[in-house]
Write a protein that binds this ligand. Sequence first.
Ligand SMILES: Nc1ncnc2c1ncn2[C@@H]1O[C@H](COP(=O)(O)OP(=O)(O)OP(=O)(O)O)[C@@H](O)[C@H]1O
Length: 303
Amino acid sequence: MIEVNELTKRYGRVTAVNGLSFTVSPGLVTGFLGPNGAGKTTTLRMLLGLNTPTSGTVSIDGRPFRELPRGLRQVGALLDAGDVHRGRSATAHLHALARGNGIPRRRVAEVLEEVGLAEVARRRVGTFSLGMRQRLGIAAALLGDPPVLLFDEPLNGLDPEGVKWVRGLFHRLAAEGRTVFVSSHLMSEMEHTADQLVVIGRGELIAAESLTEFATRGTRRSVSVRTPDITTLVAALAAEGASVTTEGDDGCTVTGVDARRIGELARRHDVALEELVTRRSSLEEAFMELTADSAQYQAGESR
Ligand SMILES: Nc1ncnc2c1ncn2[C@@H]1O[C@H](COP(=O)(O)OP(=O)(O)OP(=O)(O)O)[C@@H](O)[C@H]1O
């Protein structure tokens, strides 16, 4: 269990994280979503004790990271896949990590096999593609067989097969009862990866809920209508307070009134309906809508 409570981090005049509170439960994959610069990496670094909060607290299984007795065996993390000695082999890199954290050597071969790098285990990391380095970073996170796992943008650089593999791995880790917290700036990446979402923008919480709840709350549903008597129907809908956008001579999109009510109105005004379809916005649209302010702000900052 991860608990973030009223967390704030300022860098001089920049407030990277602002009064952020949320929890991440075991047994689920939780996506940590926000546009570029929203404060995801800063939050993860504070979780790992690499940055000190300006105020507020972060704890893992009830304690700050630095006070966890089992270190990498309690929390595994992939922060920056590039942060590896390029002259070392994958095996040497993991052996060094294992040695420093009291992890048995046999785990190195196990995790290399698990992430599909067994065959290149003795190659220098400097020759690895970004996708291979991501796999090595994931291997490092898994090394201590920890109950809590943090991944910062782990899908970056992976090919479609790699993305599919990572998704399967995360689901399995969660099914084993672990806490799996995964950051991304793309809803499309999280849509088939996460069960639960923590969405932030400008360092502040926007949503903390299941993927399904997020999709429903994020956007208004619209209803697509087609009728030969559009004028009568639009007048009736306007009288109901609906918001209507007409499309051509016989179509309109309606928000603020559901399909059932539109059907009733059509019957009452003797209007024949040729089409009546409720459209739900995609998760991507919900995400864009909810984070639009923070994304615009970041654009203004010309990052
Ligand atoms: N060491 C630092 N010094 C000054 N400002 C920083 C520092 N680290 C982060 N920031 C600022 O804090 C804000 C949040 O950055 P952070 O990297 O946490 O966002 P992010 O959500 O991880 O973004 P991305 O998806 O681009 O990695 C940004 O405005 C960034 O410029």
